[in-house]
Design a protein around this ligand. Structure first.
Ligand code: GLY
Length: 593
């Protein structure tokens, strides 16, 4: 089945990718299959937690061993401890069941012992998967504090002369080494720079990503695994460590998991920075991956033509998650569809009996057939906790985007959607917004066709889901609301906005689930200092803390005459059920948005 569909996607061209670009949307992977695999992941994680001990972290399950090897919380060199708590947070995200939150908290907390660890670059792997996901889903201020401390520890490894995060102290043959894996650890720095850490963490991370782009990515889009620099910044050597080191011509070696880290890492770097070079590099390394992938969508552990044959499902899972995200940033619909199709084909392959553990293998993991370190014979053909993490993440990413619509982005670039040039005069906008997480600090803002939309100040109209758990609306110099309307994750709120572009004011009604429309803004003036606009040309869905905080579905813009009359406003006091205030640990909303 996989081979047939691959053939169909590649059909019709001498060069494979031409056929792929022309191919139909992949239909084989669907929500039913995603639910099936997610349910199995939930089952395996339940038993792993039930049989394990918080502080001892599952890492590898050799084929048919029926058990996980573990790594201790205080193992400073280990890089995998964050993935199991991260999986537990994914289960809390999926179910919203407090029992999963309790499990996730129990496995997250012991890792605090490593927040001051400056001896490794792997702080992002350890902390963004565990504390990062925990903070995304709970807003627990203790978690954000640990994340910022961990980011400061990682930043100490930045070498300003070379402009990179030094990966490795343990190999005396290297002076200032860089590996592709470190692209993944940059997220901790990018995030902390925007959430209470030092602003220069962003520049350090970006400098590292640019050095990786320039010195590790080859002209054909393949990647070196290691570049070693002298203390003055000259390149001493390029090669591979975990890839095919026995292969004769090292310039042909591309370690598949290291390459998947690059695909994911450059995509993530674009998410935070909207630097076009990051997007172009993400596409370049992804194109190499796809153009050299075998028909079953699971790569060999190294792309070198002489590398021994051993499939690596871990690289496939990471690549699937990366391509699911990348497809959302690429504006060309044909290329975007190419990446999405490949992600779905990979998930289809991983969900089939050849790789899904269910009923086929005695493993506590979700996916089998991963390769830890081939040349050392370590963890070959095994279940690996990081395969399970990225496979489950890719499934969740698929589910999140399956209904269509738009999701908010942490950066302005990917957050802008075009509404066309026809929306002048008095317009009625309607849509359904769903918070996908908490805390949420998201804005749905509008500007005109000719405005660039790179800052909040360029959005004359803004509806906000603020950190206090309520909606408000920009009015001149501040945010306000005529009525308190609270929001909860995974519930949908219908928004109706009447925008008068001539009078420069707008009104907003919010309909909570099962409720009546509530007037929250009555002819509010546009944002003070925003550019004058003459059409509603763009909508911006901007997250303030994490990517994907909200989803907007069913967005329409119509002339007032064509829209139904706005429903009468309900008195706020009758329109909502009183409930306790949000916890005091939540920061108040800020007017910076
Ligand atoms: N250090 C990350 C990996 O082995 O992929």
């Amino acid at each position: 089945m996989i081979a047939r569909n691959r053939a169909r996607m590649f059909a019709g061209g001498v060069v494979g990718c031409l056929g792929l670009l022309a191919g139909p949307a992949r239909a084989d992977f669907n929500e039913t299959k995603a639910d099936y695999s997610l349910q199995f992941s939930q089952h395996q994680m339940f038993w792993t937690a039930a049989q394990g001990t918080p502080g001892q972290y599952p890492k590898t399950s050799p084929l048919n061993s029926g058990r996980w090897t573990t790594v201790a919380a205080n193992d400073l060199a280990g890089w995998t401890q964050g993935f199991f708590p991260g999986l537990l947070w994914q289960m809390y995200d999926k179910t919203r069941d407090p029992a999963w939150r309790t499990r996730a908290e129990a496995w997250t907390t012991p890792l605090a012992v490593q927040q001051n660890n400056t001896t490794t670059h792997d702080m992002g792997f350890k902390f963004f998967t565990s504390y990062g996901q925990g903070y995304r889903l709970t807003g627990n201020a203790t978690y954000s504090g640990v994340l910022v401390t961990a980011a400061r520890s990682l930043a100490t490894r930045y070498n300003p002369t070379v402009g990179i995060i030094d990966c490795c102290d343990w190999n005396s043959q290297w002076d200032v080494p860089m590996v592709t894996d470190t692209m993944m650890n940059l997220e901790l720095l990018f995030w902390a720079a925007r959430n209470g850490g030092d602003a220069n963490m962003n520049d350090k991370a970006l400098s590292h990503a640019r050095k990786t782009m320039n010195d590790m990515v080859r002209p054909d889009g393949s990647t070196w695994h290691v570049v070693d620099y002298s203390r003055t910044g000259a390149i001493r050597s390029k090669g591979t460590f975990q890839g095919c080191s026995r292969c004769a011509d090292q310039s042909k070696a591309t370690w598949a998991r290291g390459h998947a880290w690059a695909m994911y890492g450059f995509t993530m770097a674009y998410r935070y920075t909207t630097d076009p070079q990051m997007l172009a590099t993400a596409q370049k390394v992804t194109d190499f991956y796809l153009n050299n992938l075998p028909a079953d969508f699971i790569p060999n552990w190294d792309f070198h033509p002489q590398a021994p044959q051993q499939k690596d499902s871990s690289a496939a899972a990471i690549a699937a998650s990366a391509m699911m995200e990348l497809s959302a940033y690429v504006r060309d619909p044909v290329i975007s569809q190419r990446y999405r199709n490949a992600a779905l084909a990979t998930l289809d392959a991983l969900s089939a009996p050849g790789y899904l553990v269910m009923g086929t293998s005695n493993s506590p993991g979700v996916i089998k057939g991963g390769v830890g370190f081939f040349e050392r014979g370590e963890d070959v053909n095994a279940s690996l906790i990081y395969t399970d993490y990225y496979f489950t993440e890719a499934l969740q990413r698929y589910k999140m985007r399956a209904p269509g619509g738009w999701v908010a982005s942490i950066s302005f670039g990917p957050s802008v959607q075009s509404l066309g040039t026809a929306n002048t005069g008095v317009r009625v906008v309607e849509f359904d917004v769903t918070p996908l997480t908490e805390p949420v600090d998201a804005v749905i803002g509008y500007t005109d066709t000719s405005t660039n939309a790179t800052t909040y100040n360029e959005l004359p109209l803004s509806i906000r889901l603020n950190r206090n758990g309520t909606f408000d609306v920009r009015r001149g110099a501040v945010y306000e609301a005529l009525a308190r309307v609270e929001y909860d994750p995974y519930k949908s709120y219908h928004i109706r906005m009447r925008a008068d572009l001539n009078a420069r004011n707008y009104s907003v009604w919010i309909t909570p689930p099962g409720g009546a429309p509530i007037l929250v803004a009555d002819r509010y003036a546009f944002r003070t200092g925003a550019p004058a606009i003459d059409d509603l040309g763009k909508v911006v869905l901007k997250s303030g803390i994490f990517d994907n905080e909200i989803r907007v579905l069913n967005h329409t813009v119509r002339p007032e005459a064509a829209a139904a009359q706005a429903p009468a406003a309900q008195p706020a006091a009758k329109a909502r059920t009183p409930r306790p205030e949000r916890p005091a640990s939540r920061p108040p909303p800020s007017d910076k948005k």
